[in-house]
Design a protein around this ligand. Structure first.
Ligand code: SF4
Length: 234
């Protein structure tokens, strides 16, 4: 695991490298980000942003979604995948918001996680984006991959990775860490082809250093042999 000092340095570097890093889901209200986050499970933010304008034209409040015909919601959210489950959760969540929370999206982790279709990762995103009060770090596929590669965490379970991240990042960094890990994963530390040469934090990355160390061993060996025979011939 990284030391706090290095972890903060990495985030400071990434912050300069991606000065525009922010949420890439489009929304205007807490309810809209809640729905967008639900739709973004196993789907790109880009696809969600193409789907929500039509959805929010008619269904942008718990009241309208709770009364909706599930088949109509399914048809609209179909491009986001898992549409049956997502439509079902949207309606169940809207009904609970009306029954338990007066139709208002709650602004705390516990209540958010009690809503159908909202897990810890989604609750983290909602606290961050809707209420500007991050309570943790949302570990999505990018945050998970980068945490393992850089060495923030050796865990595979997102909640355990989050706990490791919370040990090294003070609360004032939560906002940036949430956005920067996602941006770095999309723009440089790509899952299929990470651009390690151009990566601004490669000197801090465990995986990069491990690979380079292995590469350097044959080079050092050749230099050693060459030097040995050179000096022997003098
Ligand atoms: S050096 Fe490579 S693997 Fe490490 S964080 Fe950068 S892009 Fe990812």
């Amino acid at each position: 695991m990284k030391f706090k000092k290095d972890a903060i340095k990495i985030i400071e570097i990434l912050k300069k490298y991606y000065p525009d890093a922010t949420c890439s889901l489009d929304f205007t209200t807490p309810f809209e980000i809640l729905v967008s986050v639900m739709l973004s499970a196993q789907c790109t933010d880009e696809r969600v942003n193409k789907t929500t304008p039509e959805l929010f034209k008619k269904y942008n409040t718990p009241e309208t979604v709770a009364k909706a015909d599930i088949r109509e919601i399914e048809n609209i959210v179909h491009p986001c995948g898992f549409y049956k489950n997502k439509a079902k959760n949207m309606i169940a969540c809207s009904k609970m918001l009306i029954e338990k929370f007066n139709g208002i999206v709650p602004d705390n982790m516990e209540d958010l996680q009690s809503l159908p279709g909202v897990g810890r990762k989604s609750a983290n995103v909602i606290m961050l984006e809707a209420f500007h009060n991050p309570q943790g770090i949302a570990v999505d596929t990018h945050a998970k991959r980068i945490s393992n590669k850089i060495g923030f965490s050796k865990e595979v379970d997102p909640e355990k990775i989050e706990q490791d991240l919370l040990k090294v990042f003070p609360k004032e960094y939560y906002y940036d860490v949430n956005h920067l890990l996602v941006w770095h994963g999309r723009k440089t530390c790509n899952a299929r082809k990470p651009n390690c040469k151009e990566c601004p934090v490669n000197e801090y990355c465990d995986e990069y250093n491990k690979k380079n160390r292995h590469l350097n061993i044959p080079v050092l060996f050749i230099l050693y042999v060459f030097g040995f025979y050179y000096f022997k011939s003098l």
